[in-house]
Design a protein around this ligand. Structure first.
Ligand code: NAP
Length: 519
């Protein structure tokens, strides 16, 4: 498929803008054809108009119709074959195995939402039947989740497929019944266009309304900010930096009509290794920890950026050994590499270096670095708890259990926290679990946090500053409720109710009827 560099607006493509941008191959620094046109504010307005019009139709599509759309998107992504994989690799510097795996995750995610829609029970239908003889009489009251409206989504740099054009935010918004206007990440313009065309094709093939999906290119903040401020936009999905996420959140809050921004931002994902397991299994844990830190050049939101333990010299020596034989890799963009290098240099001022790995050949290649801080250094320098995006981590050694608990108590919000411990450790440190439950969205035991399963129970979220709304997840099927709101229908005749709420339950979904969950 030929790339055009044109903005996709509903079923049409445009290129009103004259300023063109290009993706860069981070492995060798070469610019990649073609030129992409930066979207203009007029193009954004057109996309927003079409999306609003589309919403009036799309919001009424049945679960089955939306499921067919999502399944068709997955199929069209697969139909892109090697063209997509090759473009992904040159734009991201990530290896083929990762590209193929991420494509599978993306199509699997779309199909999981399709399955949710076919099942239908996700809508949280509640029915309180009328009690005319009660004093006072109770009217018939029914409620159900309904779509919010047009959603603006920002692509993440570190997942060119799974958190990008047809990624989790788009899949959950479309599943909820919301049209999407997507602002492509400038690091993977070609990958974005290919997937955008797949969605456009799937929308046409499944008779979705024109404007249900648009894709805009930009490498500055103009279009992104205009998207957040546009009155037709009713919610935002974002994955990226704290600075970016917070700026968009503030812009959304300052609108005449404020809207929710679901921004997933920085997270350091503390890992605690408890004394008995450290004694029993320290060598393996050190090896697995360094592997987890360097996986994907550390460019995961759930990268373990901090490890806390009680003093153990042998373990620190094992970390040093494993780090020194580790290899970094090519980072996604020069901006991300520069931020990593700045973070590393800054940390050197406050910590000791435990080990430094090797950097391979490559334009944006970096080496892994593991730092060490005493508990005093850690508690006195709050910025040591800030994310350095890349293959690095900070090992903090405490003297006692109490110091470890104080360190845990001082943590801000993160996506994950991990505890490694024997059953005896876990029983003795039950209070640590209590503390961490109040700090993060996901607690893991005896595994590393890097992998995030796309499933029904997954929570990929957490208290601020990990996200701007700790009540939500951006991964897994629960993500759909970010883009819906409950609507209540009182005293409605059955003929006016949507199928989800009709008395004879034509969709055969699970509903809470007079307090009982039933079909
Ligand atoms: P980013 O700078 O936050 O950018 C993400 C997207 O938001 C881009 O499309 C960007 O547009 C846009 N954007 C950023 N600030 C904006 C603003 N003030 N107004 C309007 N739009 C704005 O993230 P990134 O480029 O992916 O990576 C930079 C840093 O983010 C990394 O070094 C890392 O620290 C962090 N990061 C964290 C995670 C995580 O999951 N925790 C993931 C990825 C990145 P432009 O690029 O066109 O400016």
């Amino acid at each position: 498929m030929q790339l055009t560099g044109r903005n996709i607006i509903g079923f049409e493509t445009f290129s009103e803008g004259t300023v063109a941008i290009q993706a860069i191959n981070p492995a060798n620094g070469e610019t990649l054809a073609p030129l992409f046109y930066k979207a203009t504010v007029d193009e954004l307005s057109l996309a927003a108009q079409k999306a609003e019009k589309a919403f009036q139709i799309y919001r009424k599509q049945s679960g089955k119709q939306k499921a067919e759309f999502l399944e068709k998107i997955a199929e069209e992504i697969e139909n892109l074959g090697d063209t997509l994989i090759e473009r992904y690799i040159v734009e991201s510097g990530l290896p083929q195995g990762r590209a193929i795996g991420e494509r599978g995750r993306t199509t699997g995610q779309l199909r999981l939402f399709a399955q949710l829609l076919r099942d239908g029970s996700w809508v949280n239908a509640r029915i309180d039947t009328a009690l005319p003889d009660r004093q006072p009489a109770r009217p018939d009251i029914r409620s159900v989740e309904r779509p919010l409206g047009v959603v603006g989504v920002f692509g993440a740099s570190n997942f060119p497929l799974a958190f990008s054009v047809a990624g989790g935010d788009t899949a959950s918004a479309l599943a909820a019944g919301c049209p999407v206007i997507f602002k492509a990440h400038p690091a993977h313009l070609g990958t974005s266009e290919l997937v955008g065309k797949a969605i456009q094709k799937a929308a046409a093939a499944t008779n979705m309304p024109d404007g249900v999906f648009s894709l805009l290119f930009d490498d500055g903040h103009e279009i992104g900010l205009a998207l957040v401020k546009h009155p037709n936009i009713k919610a935002i999905g974002f994955t990226g930096s704290y600075k970016g996420g917070k700026a968009l959140y503030d812009a959304a809050a300052a609108r005449p009509e404020p809207i929710p921004v679901y921004a997933e931002m920085g997270s350091v994902n503390p890992v605690f290794i408890l004394p008995r397991i450290l004694e029993a299994n320290g060598a393996t844990l050190a090896q697995n920890f360094v592997s987890s830190v360097t996986l994907g050049v550390g460019q995961f939101c759930t990268n373990p950026g901090m490890l806390l333990l009680q003093k153990n010299e042998a373990f620190i020596a094992a970390i040093e050994q494993n780090t020194n034989i580790s290899t970094g890799g090519v980072m996604l963009t020069t901006g991300i590499r520069d931020a990593y290098m700045r973070g590393i240099e800054n940390s050197k001022n406050y910590t000791k270096v435990i080990g430094i790995g090797k950097a391979p050949e490559g334009f944006t290649a970096v080496e892994p670095v593991i730092f060490h801080a005493s508990i005093e250094d850690f508690t006195q320098n709050p910025h040591l708890s800030e994310e350095i995006f890349g293959p690095t981590s900070l090992v903090v050694e405490a003297n006692t259990k109490d110091e470890l608990l104080v360190a845990a108590q001082s943590l801000s919000g993160h996506l994950t926290a991990t505890i490694h411990g024997t059953p005896e450790d876990l029983a003795e440190y039950a209070d640590l679990i209590e503390i961490l439950e109040q700090k993060v969205g996901r607690i893991l035991i005896n595994v590393f946090p890097t992998v995030v399963e796309v499933s029904h129970a997954m929570v990929h979220g957490g208290p601020f500053p990990a996200t701007t709304d700790s009540r939500s997840t951006s991964v897994g099927t629960m993500a759909i409720t970010r883009f819906t709101r409950p609507v209540c229908y009182q005293n409605f005749p059955d003929s006016l109710l949507i199928d989800e709420l009709k008395s004879d339950n034509p969709l055969n979904i699970w509903r809470l009827v007079d307090g009982d969950l039933k079909k």
